[in-house]
Design a binder for this molecule. Sequence first.
Ligand code: HDE
Length: 694
Amino acid sequence: MTDSTIDRNPGKGGETHQHARSGSANQAILTTNQGIRISDNQNSLRSGTRGPTLLEDFVLREKIFHFDHERIPERIVHARGSGAHGYFEATADISDLSRAALFRKGQKTPVFARFSTVAGGAGSVDTPRDVRGFAVKFYTTEGNWDLVGNNIPVFFIQDAIKFPDLIHAVKMEADRAYPQAGSAHDTFWDWASLMPESTHMLMWAMSDRALPRSLRMMEGFGIHTFKLVNAENKTVFVKFHWKPKLGLQSTVWDEALKLQAADNDYHRRDLREAIAAGNFPEWEFGIQVFDEAFASRQPYDVLDATKIIPEEEIPVRVIGRMVLDRNPDNFFAEVEQVAFCPANIVPGVDFSNDPLLQGRLFSYLDTQKSRLGTANFHQIPVNQPKCPLQNFQRDGMMQMQVPKGRANYEPNSLAAHDEEAGPRECPRTGFVTSSAATGQQESGDKLRVRAELFADHYSHARLFWNSQDTHEKAHIASSFVFELSKVDLKHVPPRMVANLRNVDEKLAKRVADGLGIALPDKAPAARAPVDMPPSDALSIHKNMKHTLEGRSVGILIADGSDAAELDALTKAVEGAKAKAMIVAPKVGATTLSDGSTRKADGQLLGTPSQIFDAIAVVLSAKGAQSLAGEAAAVGFVMDAFGHLKAIGASKEARPLLEKAGIMPDAGITGLGPDFIKAAARRFYDREPKVRMLA
Ligand code: HDE
């Protein structure tokens, strides 16, 4: 036995073994939470060698007790998420629009961002068809601003009062606790088909927006209309946008499904590895600014979160960038405990009267108290503002601060010196609600009603549909077919298709045909939809970048692969700022043509091509012949073909491609520069060759 092993065997002659790792002289010493040094972390205290464990063992009790309480209630929505630290940098002067310090040109503000799926639990998978949360906490010099948005610019509902119904319907069904992380089930479509206001969001959720390739390749949106307020208290309306530097990229549905088996943690791993490798994810931050006059001219209500403002009408003006450059040190302490709240706002930004936003202002504070167990959750490091925080709020569970003195109320006249009397409000620089600042009156009867234009449920769904290209339309129609095909309640799919007839007759027909049901009568629309000019900004395909940057290429090799070919290819992939990952039947060592050996990054059976953006096959004739008899190798190339990826192959590797039934196609190349060019994109034109879409 060496001194670095632990002897768990009973000792000779009945003596108790207590050998633990013995560290070097400067190794940290293990203690209890009270700082008491622990002599033995291997054996609990018992009465005699084979006797009962003693209650006196405070080391054991504290350790187990802490462990028993290691989990906190998971978020009711957005339970599964990944996060990172970084900074926001203001790159334009918008002092005419907002007095917020974080928007001063050149100002750098630390941020913490968390991305999430909505429906699944914390232990679910990363790639279901779902909306992604996009929440950013800006630690500004004037307090924390939380922009808690999604990767889709609209929402399912117009009024916060419907949120619990939406979430109950979409999450796992109450009696059976499945499905875990998807909307393809009875209760969701039952609810959605009865809620025509959800139609626009459904179009987005059925599109490839709900299947992002990477958290680094999706847009983010503040969704609601907010306000910016300048130093003269002049206000304008604003929508917030995040645009990824790597461009938009989504997976295809079959790929997303298979990714759930290939790597549950696909997005989480991708984000962490990119940051660890110094490939810091980056987004441009943009604003759409408009005024009351613009708002009142539109055929929709800007306070309705189921509507967008077309970028062709009001272009997005880039005013900053966010870079995520540091991984969390501890997932629980930071990603799990981060507490976002849309009500956290700074002077220079303000809320609008969007009835969905107004409901959120209350909800999040409440949820954090129950989730994190105390009103003092703002003292958890990831939630702490990075500017002075002083008030007379006191005590409560887990209070970490130790305020001095008697002054815990104001006004007071306790002290001769101001600093001993505690803080006072500051009308000059403090937050002022914009309507109060401008003297604008907000009054009216107490009513449970929505403004008239909220009754238009279809115009924007139609605008979205009309803005998609042929491939995107086929994906949307097919997703409706897939999701509704999972619904057992026979009356629900026709009701949904009846709603879709208000969006587009052809879409409704494609979905009905795909389901094999008769086209139902058109659902009556509460307000007749209007036609709006298509908007390119709504299409992923029109906003994709043909680039390999930030992507990964899987290279399949086996014994006998050509060493020079492999080296040249690896260099070319890395030169295009992508990751080259070697996949081989044996992970330890593959012997190449020149006798050298290569370690693989992944073993063939556990590393399917779904996890790569493009693949290359570098095989000798013998290697290709033997891999043609291995289902995992055939599947590797067949799936890459089905997922519309570029495939580079040496001449000798062709038999494997033939075995996989791969046809000639623009994305099938040799291993030279033509492969690097092809690997920078997907080949959507190939799709009719590989699957039947609705
Ligand atoms: Fe949330 N939402 N939400 N939500 N939401 C939560 O807060 C809620 C809504 C969003 O990474 C919860 O801390 C209500 C819209 C994100 O920690 C909870 C309503 C949008 C996250 C909550 C909405 C969002 C949440 C659950 C209707 C897009 C994850 C745990 C009025 C703009 C934040 C938590 C993170 C989280 C309530 C609607 C985005 C329960 C009542 C619209 C990204 O408080």
